[in-house]
Design a protein around this ligand. Structure first.
Ligand code: C2G
Length: 418
């Protein structure tokens, strides 16, 4: 029996894929098809899959061509599979000519002519193009516009649009977001959504009632390393969590004479990001909190440095944020069996360590992160709108809890230093 193996993403299965599978099967008697996992695709830059791994597997299975379906999850797996399954022939489309010649050491390599005129990305692009408004004036917007280029079916527009990217000052967010949601335009807004828990709650209700989406723009929530770290914490690898400590600082590029009222202060610029791991790991039902702030300009409520301490039933947490102070931008999760270190800049990291008393037990994790996570956030936003299903990685209760912290900060529920 001649065993053939081929691999692919097989997103939005089309006749180009099917022709490949048919010709692959014809090369032998038994065809194994390796479907790439979502993580593996993300790590190799394919972030636009519309279908989940299970949907892609089901579609290939329904063709009845594959005798066996496996999942491709890591670089180099092909060699393992060829040995494990006793494969005689590896085949793939001619768009990969030369890329897999190294497999000749293990089996015969055959490149089959790619079917012209059809591809998953063309199908995606033909689906409704999502026009996102951005007037691309500020630095952070330039990054957003650049990152949007990596997402199929997205067009940045400065006139008519379907959805809006909002990066105005936090004090303007409520009206800016409400204005869009009221016209059934979805919004992705740089966090915080607003500086009031009730206003944020109201806006998510409005989005739901108007059948559109409100995304809390926290790019860290879309980093694979951050998501995997959360899963490890939840799975108990470091025992019960007793403390979460997050630090985010940057030296702001302005001086006191600037119009400070038109700048994002420390608590708004960094608070939402620093609060994300605290609320994702320990929840939003803290028993006590204390906000300690050092002002640059008290009248404008511009903080140079803010520390927030939380007390929960069985744990504590702290965040330190600053735009006019420097510290080590790391995230430490302390557990009863060990701890997790996400090194600086943890909010855009692709790497973390799980550490124990015996260093020999330590484990290190790496997950490719392209573009700080913004392209994955935009892809989730676009997918939500096209599928009319929410793919946001930021739970609404966390957005509301972040707004509550800001509300207390602006209401003066703080301890001042200096
Ligand atoms: N294909 C084809 N004709 C097309 C489109 C795709 O012959 N018009 C072939 C590709 O060459 C590939 C298979 O169909 O052999 C699946 O294509 P994709 O789903 O785009 O996945 P791709 O990432 O190209 O798969 O590591 C190998 C890769 O995973 C190959």
């Amino acid at each position: 029996m001649i065993k053939v193996i081929t691999y692919g993403t097989y997103d939005l299965l089309h006749y180009g894929h099917i022709r490949l599978l048919e010709r692959a099967k014809a090369l032998g008697d038994y065809l194994i098809v390796g479907i790439t996992s979502d993580d593996f695709d993300k790590s190799r830059g394919k972030i636009n899959n519309q279908q989940s791994l299970m949907e892609r597997i089901a579609a290939v299975r329904e063709t009845g061509i594959a005798d066996e379906i496996i999942v491709e999850e890591y670089e180099g797996q092909k060699i393992d599979d060829i040995k494990r399954y006793g494969v005689d022939i590896f085949t793939v489309g001619s768009d990969w000519v030369g890329k897999f010649d190294y497999l000749n050491e293990y089996c015969k390599v055959v490149y089959l002519e790619r079917t012209q005129g059809i591809s998953s990305s063309e199908i995606r692009a033909k689906q409704r193009t999502l026009k996102i408004f951005s007037d691309n004036k500020r630095g952070v917007e330039k990054k957003f516009v650049m990152e949007a280029d990596f997402v199929n079916g997205i067009e940045i527009s400065s006139d008519e649009y379907d959805a809006k990217y909002i990066v105005s000052l936090p004090k303007c967010h409520y009206n800016d977001i409400k204005n869009e949601l009221s016209r059934c335009k979805s919004v992705i807004c740089e966090s915080p959504i607003t500086c009031s828990a009730n206003q944020t709650k109201e806006l998510f209700e409005l989005a739901k009632n108007n059948k559109c989406f409100l995304f809390d723009g926290l790019k860290t929530a879309y980093s694979t390393a951050f998501s995997r770290m959360l899963l490890l914490v939840k799975s108990g690898v470091i025992g019960d969590i007793v403390s979460v400590d997050a630090t985010c600082t940057s030296m702001a590029d302005f001086n006191e004479s600037d119009d400070i009222g038109n700048k994002w202060n420390s608590i708004c610029a960094w608070g939402p990001i620093a609060l994300l791991p605290v609320f994702r790991i320990l929840g939003t039902n803290y028993k006590q909190k204390r906000i300690t702030t050092k002002w640059i300009d008290k009248k404008e409520k511009f903080d140079a440095f803010t520390k927030i301490d939380f007390i929960y039933d069985n744990a504590v947490a702290s965040i330190k944020v600053a735009k006019k102070a420097k510290s080590e931008g790391e995230l430490i999760v302390t557990g009863t069996k060990g701890y997790i270190v996400v090194p600086a800049p943890w909010w855009k990291t692709d790497y973390f360590e799980v550490r124990y008393e015996n260093p020999q037990d330590n484990k290190r994790y790496f997950y490719q992160l392209d573009g700080e996570g913004i392209r994955y956030e935009i892809a989730a936003f676009a997918k939500s709108i096209s599928a009319m299903k929410n793919f946001s990685n930021v739970p609404i209760d966390i957005s509301i809890a972040i707004s509550k912290i800001l509300e207390d900060f602006y209401n003066g529920d703080i301890v001042e230093i200096g």
